[in-house]
Every structure is written in structure tokens, then in C-alpha cells.
Design a protein around this ligand. Structure first.
Ligand SMILES: C[S@@+](CC[C@H](N)C(=O)[O-])C[C@H]1O[C@@H](n2cnc3c(N)ncnc32)[C@H](O)[C@@H]1O
Length: 201
């Protein structure tokens, strides 16, 4: 699929309207990642010919659609904590996510509620985006939990969003010190990032 930002934003705008707070500002929507970050990751995926992804933290679904535009398959994980913040049931949220993805024409997105729900036989993931719960050990544990699904046949890459948050940065440090990853801060214009790291092995 070719990245079509207009299609993504139109679908997201329709979907975000019922929220009426949080992610919706005067009719336009924003993901938690910036467009500069989203475009950087999409270019990276294309340039490195990455195919199979896992995203932790669907959120607005905008990051999901960006990534799915350039991957063959994307599993997106969200336990629905955002639904409670926005005073919605998880079921409502899941239906809205699915409607939005279908409307935008994405058939390569598979939603699950936890990493444990991912098919145990899946061992070919070469791209991960960690953007779920940023508290405590969650970022560290998300990285550990996806390990069984990552390819060992070629290099795989894990992107970490919000590394200005010390808990997320602790997850990056753990990957480098204890899990054998190399790592690098992605340098983007300061006003256009919340901190984005990539680790790879
Ligand atoms: C920062 S938002 C994701 C933003 C999204 N990637 C974007 O750019 O629009 C974090 C998301 O993680 C979800 N979440 C929180 N705790 C989680 C957990 N333990 N497992 C999976 N998802 C979780 C929340 O429901 C929320 O939607």
C-alpha cells in the first residue's frame, strides 16, 4: 500500500469527532506521534524493506494507519485504557477503530488487546513500535514480551516513542544493556518530536 496521508487524516477526522476532547482540536486530529516522526518511521520501513510489524498502543489509530501504509502486515495492540480515559467502553472503541481502518481501506491491520493474544507461531516480525503505557516498567516489559515474535533471520528494529519520559528511556537502556541491542536517538527538529529512539539486533 502507498502512503496516502489525506486518506488517513480523513478517516481519523470522522472517527475522532465523537471523542470531542483529548485528541480532537477544531475538527482536526493528532496522533501522539508527530507527522515528522510518522514520516521518518515510514521512510525507514521502506528503505530497510521491513514487512511485518507490531505496534503497542493504537491510540488514535493514526500511527497505526501510517505504519500499515508501508508494511505488509501490522498487528496493533491496545488494552483499551484510552477508552476509559475518554469515557467509552472498550467494545465501542474497538468497533470504532475497526470502522476507521476499514473505511480507510486497510485490510492488513490486525487488532489485539494484549501481546499474549498474538499467535505463538508468529516469529517473523522485523519492526516494532512501542507507544503503550509509559508508566513504571511497562515500556521495558513490552519490549521483553514481543521478543518471541521477532525474526532472528535478519535485523529487526524496535522504535520507542516518548523517550523524553524516563520510564521509556529505561526500556531502551534495558534493551541495550541486557538484551543485546544497539541503539540510537533519532535526531529530528526539537519542536517536532517527543523523543524517538531506535534499537536493533
Ligand atoms: C500514547 S497512546 C498511543 C498513541 C498512538 N500510537 C498514536 O500515535 O496515536 C497509548 C495507548 O496505549 C494504550 N495502552 C495503555 N496501557 C496499555 C497496555 N498495558 N497494553 C496495551 N496498550 C496499552 C492506551 O489505551 C493508549 O491508547
Amino acid at each position: 500500500m502507498i502512503l496516502d496521508e489525506k486518506k488517513i487524516m480523513e478517516a481519523a477526522a470522522r472517527y475522532c469527532q465523537p471523542f470531542n476532547k483529548g485528541y480532537c482540536f477544531m475538527g482536526s486530529c493528532s496522533a501522539s506521534l508527530t507527522l515528522v516522526e510518522a514520516r521518518f518511521m515510514c521512510d525507514f520501513i521502506v528503505n530497510n524493506k521491513l514487512k511485518n510489524g507490531i505496534e503497542i498502543g493504537t491510540g488514535t489509530g493514526i500511527s497505526t494507519m501510517y505504519l500499515a501504509s508501508v508494511l505488509d502486515k501490522l498487528i496493533t495492540v491496545d488494552n483499551g485504557a484510552i477508552a476509559l480515559n475518554l469515557q467509552h467502553e472498550y467494545g465501542w472503541m474497538r468497533a470504532a477503530w475497526n470502522d476507521m481502518f476499514r473505511e480507510a481501506g486497510f485490510e492488513n491491520i490486525n487488532m489485539v488487546q494484549s501481546i499474549e493474544e498474538i499467535d505463538k507461531r508468529l516469529k517473523s516480525v522485523d519492526f516494532v513500535f512501542i507507544d503503550g503505557d509509559h508508566t513504571g516498567l511497562f515500556p521495558t516489559n513490552d519490549c521483553i514480551a514481543v521478543q518471541p515474535h521477532l525474526t532472528t533471520k535478519k535485523t529487526h528494529y524496535i522504535f520507542w516513542h516518548d523517550t523524553l519520559n524516563p520510564n521509556v528511556m529505561a526500556g531502551v537502556d534495558n534493551a541495550i544493556k541486557n538484551l543485546g541491542y544497539s541503539g540510537k536517538l533519532i535526531e529530528l527538529p526539537e519542536q517536532d518530536t517527543y523523543g524517538l529512539w531506535v534499537t536493533w539486533k
